[in-house]
Design a protein around this ligand. Sequence first.
Ligand SMILES: Cc1cc2nc3c(=O)[nH]c(=O)nc-3n(C[C@H](O)[C@H](O)[C@H](O)COP(=O)(O)OP(=O)(O)OC[C@H]3O[C@@H](n4cnc5c(N)ncnc54)[C@H](O)[C@@H]3O)c2cc1C
Length: 253
Amino acid sequence: MAVPSDKHTQAEIIERRDFSDDLWAIRLKAETPLKFTPGQYATFGIIDGEKVIERPYSIVSSPYEESLEFFLERVPEGGLTPRLHELQPGAKLVLRKVAKGRFTLDTQSGHKKHFMVATVTGLAPYCSMVRLLYQDWKEGKLPAGWQVVVLQGASHSRELGYREEFERYAREAPWLTYIPTISRPWEDPNWSGEVGRCEDILRKYSDQLNLAATDTTAYFCGHPEMIEKSKGILLRRGFPKESLREEQYWVQK
Ligand SMILES: Cc1cc2nc3c(=O)[nH]c(=O)nc-3n(C[C@H](O)[C@H](O)[C@H](O)COP(=O)(O)OP(=O)(O)OC[C@H]3O[C@@H](n4cnc5c(N)ncnc54)[C@H](O)[C@@H]3O)c2cc1C
């Protein structure tokens, strides 16, 4: 497959893992390796005749990994994701050679507390950040006093992709708290964890875990409505705008 421009490289799907009917993860091996900072996104897609259909996707893997990982949701009427969903290992994609985005860890403010809030695939950038922090911690490079709280919301527990991975890190790493929550517990009778949307329980956990406006940076990623409501809650709690970072995955109509 020829790439459509010198801004693109070819990437092969080398692994696929399905979480539910509409949620899955892929690993890509790019012909030209991509440099990135955790939290950034890559843009990839398919060639359709003369056109390239491509979209931005937050990178799940950490820069220590050899391949790139992504956490994807099929949007039923979408231009790209139904077609991506059909692809299996061996399929070729086109990938932009440059990763972009400013939704990265706040290492400037001096804040040691980081409150990361996601809906479903919005966990992707935090996964990259936490994988890197975990590795740093293992090597004794994580500065003392760091506290990372990850709140992931979904409708049902099967949509909480990467839950096992985060639970594993959280059991081991004293600096990490992971809170999965579902908003439709009546459709998920075996669920015994937290219930409610992220924005419903945000205030409770920021109080319980002492995530104060003076020492915490908050991050919101995914659903535009969650981002808007959550930001409002923390702004009313006195968080300055500079301490709130966001990555909105689509625009609410
Ligand atoms: C910086 C950035 C990072 C992103 N990272 C990820 C990621 O890691 N994983 C991921 O799955 N997506 C991510 N997205 C969304 C992704 O870029 C596409 O918008 C999404 O995959 C839909 O593409 P599509 O071509 O299938 O649908 P489109 O044809 O582009 O969109 C169809 C309609 O669906 C809306 N829409 C888009 N996504 C959703 C959604 N998840 N739920 C409901 N409605 C939606 C669009 O606004 C549009 O109205 C990211 C977006 C941005 C801006």
